[in-house]
Design a protein around this ligand. Structure first.
Ligand code: NAD
Ligand code: 0WE
Length: 265
């Protein structure tokens, strides 16, 4: 069964084949959606274009979400190519690398503003700019992480940014509700993407994750893609303003203790 037939989706945040946004793109393609891609800048084009072409995607445009002119330009192009769109995926986050290590207390004013601008405001900016193109029955989706609720060592200013992103997702859900456009977030467990590469402490955190999570399984971009299909399809037509966890159940654990090996009987 194809769940996104007749729907057009614009996906922001593919950097390479490991990107969560690429997992979402592949799942959307399988479910019959017409796709458009937007990537951050020139250097990523040679990675993103071949991925898009492998799925027959014709709309592949650069947009730095920190730049209002870039956003206005991509809205214009999308309006010319697609007319209306049904789905917008925001899979973007950024903080300076030096803010993601050591005490949160050391966060600089500049680093705080940058993380908020790219990781939080950009979702609101895209929602605002694409509002005239979005169809009733449509959906906006962003990506978050549990470090918004509880302390994840070294996640630091990104945790604060994700808390703000989740709050802004709820305010957008309220604003867009009367237009019958839903706004949700997926909170994914750790995945080894570009944004997780070389991050201090990620490796040990990633290893303990499968031991502690109820399902004892790591998270893939396919897992996130499948949940994104559901949230952006009519199956989720009365679900808005929600943070949906794709984390093998990790977030329900209050006292993390690795499971005892099963005993024979
Ligand atoms: P990724 O590096 O593949 O994706 C991040 C994307 O953000 C990249 O495509 C990058 O080009 C884009 N980006 C950064 N600055 C930008 C700008 N100024 N303009 C436009 N695009 C910009 O890594 P990912 O893990 O797929 O991250 C996608 C989202 O998922 C992020 O919001 C991240 O916080 C979130 N997330 C990741 C994990 C994980 O463990 N990997 C877990 C939960 C949530
Ligand atoms: O949201 C993220 C990634 C956030 C991120 C990562 C980087 C690394 C490279 C944002 N900006 C940058 N900037 C860079 O220069 N995740 C959920 C993955 C992640 O990142 C962590 C984690 C986890 C999990 C950082 C520290 C601790 C845990």
């Amino acid at each position: 069964m194809k769940l996104l037939e007749g729907k057009t989706a614009l996906i922001f945040g593919i950097a390479n084949k490991r990107s969560i946004a690429w997992g979402i793109a592949q799942a959307f393609h399988k479910h019959g959606a017409t796709l458009g891609f937007s990537y951050a800048g020139q250097v990523l084009e040679r990675r993103v274009r071949p991925l898009g072409e492998s799925l027959g995607v014709k709309f592949i445009e650069a947009c730095d979400v920190a730049n209002d002119q870039d956003i206005a330009a991509i809205v214009n192009k999308a309006s010319k190519v697609f007319g209306k769109i049904d789905i917008l995926i925001h899979s973007i986050g950024f903080a300076n690398r030096d803010e993601l290590t050591g005490p949160y207390t050391n966060t600089s004013r500049e680093g705080f503003h940058l993380a908020m601008d790219i990781s939080v405001y950009s979702f609101t900016a895209l929602a605002k700019a694409f509002q005239p193109l979005l169809q009733p029955g449509g959906a906006l989706l962003t990506m978050t992480y549990y470090g918004s609720e509880k302390v994840a060592p070294n996640y630091n200013v990104m945790g604060v940014a994700k808390a703000a992103l989740e709050a802004s997702m709820r305010y957008l859900a309220y604003d867009f509700g009367p237009k019958n456009i839903r706004v949700n977030a997926i909170s994914a467990g750790p995945i080894r993407t570009l944004a997780a590469a070389g991050v201090s402490g990620f490796k040990s955190m990633y290893r303990s994750f499968t031991d502690l999570a109820p399902l004892n399984q790591s998270i893939t971009i396919e897992d996130v893609g499948n949940t994104a299909v559901y949230l952006c399809s009519d199956l989720a037509s009365k679900t808005t303003g929600q943070v949906v966890f794709v984390d093998s159940g990790y977030n329900i654990i209050g006292v993390p203790v690795p499971r005892e090996p099963a005993t024979q009987d």
